[in-house]
Design a protein around this ligand. Structure first.
Ligand SMILES: Cc1cc2nc3c(=O)[nH]c(=O)nc-3n(C[C@H](O)[C@H](O)[C@H](O)COP(=O)(O)O)c2cc1C
Length: 295
């Protein structure tokens, strides 16, 4: 059962990437209902009850399988892994931090594990830990970036050649051309972030969605913080705001992300999106996005 659909119990090999504070339960449920695999994002949740509430909300909206992203660098990630197991979630993606502690725990309890990697060496380490699949995420993607990024076009076949577990491609995929290209590179599935922000079901503020629609392929850049970088929609304003906030990470990050990404407040964390924003011209329902992608 080494297909992504077999591992995750979904119809299409399309994973909705976790997206900080905008992987809202309605988006997750819509993706799973449409045949993909929706993912809640726990990296910036600071209260376990909030995660339980989000899981229950998804379950009230769909009976299809869905999962969660855990970030080991979040001190509560072990608690969240316990909640995921107790609530019977089908799959977990791991990113930002070492998966060493969480993978054995999750696997023992029957949860399928995916590790997000940005290099062949990290893919090999994850495979040695017994991970079920890796997500090779190219530097064109939205969200947190490694400092020495490799593009999806090179990273995916390099990882495919190196590991035996299935590989999912992430970064720069928004339509059927990207989906088919990922398969041609040897991926068994795709993980998509930015395209789902510009969906009807995503909780992201209209300003965020419109910034994606306005963007062209040169509109994003990686802002480097002391410990990590992340890809944002570039403007003079966001560049200066980032300087002001970078020292406060990560404690006040969640609140600032919510104020900006959901609240549309211009002050604070800039909108994060991938280069693929340059290909996105319309806000669509999730079901249409997925049908066009795999059609
Ligand atoms: C706004 C935003 C927030 C993100 N937050 C997370 C996160 O919390 N955890 C994670 O593993 N990946 C995160 N990502 C990465 C996505 O899950 C996904 O891998 C990526 O967006 C794929 O590239 P694409 O944007 O080109 O589709 C984020 C991406 C975006 C755009």
């Amino acid at each position: 059962m080494d297909t992504i659909t077999g591992l995750l119990g979904c119809r299409y090999p399309v994973i909705q990437g976790a997206m900080g504070v905008i992987s809202n339960p309605e988006l997750v449920a819509a993706v799973s209902e449409a045949g993909g695999f929706g993912l809640l994002a726990t990296g910036f949740i600071t209260d376990p009850d909030e995660l339980i509430r989000q899981i229950e909300t998804v379950k009230a909206l769909t009976d299809k399988p869905f999962g969660a992203n855990l970030m080991p660098m979040n001190p509560l990630s072990r608690t969240y892994a316990g909640i995921v197991v107790d609530r019977g979630l089908r799959g977990v993606t791991l990113s930002a931090g070492s998966p060493r502690q969480l993978v054995p725990f999750l696997k023992t309890h029957g949860v399928t594990t995916f590790q997000v990697v940005a290099s062949v060496s990290n893919a090999l380490k994850a495979e040695a830990l017994g991970i079920d699949a890796v997500i090779a995420e190219g530097m064109e993607s939205g969200g947190i970036q490694s400092r020495n990024g490799v593009g999806t076009m090179v990273l995916v076949p390099a990882v495919v050649d190196a590991v035996k577990v299935p590989v999912v491609a992430a970064g720069g995929i928004a339509d059927s051309r990207g989906f088919r290209a990922a398969m041609a590179l040897g991926a068994k599935g795709v993980q998509i972030g930015t395209r789902f922000i510009a969906s009807e079901e995503c909780i992201a503020h209209e300003k965020f969605k419109r910034a994606i629609l306005r963007a062209d392929e040169t509109s994003t850049s990686v802002v480097i913080d002391g410990r990590f970088g992340y890809r944002v929609i570039t403007s003079q304003e966001t560049a200066s705001k980032t300087q002001e906030t970078s020292n406060e990470l990560p404690t006040s990050m969640a609140r600032q992300m919510r104020d900006s990404w959901v609240g549309g407040m211009e002050a604070g964390v800039p909108f994060s999106a991938g280069q693929v924003a340059g290909l996105i011209r319309q806000i669509k329902p999730v079901s249409q996005i997925i049908n066009e992608l795999v059609g």
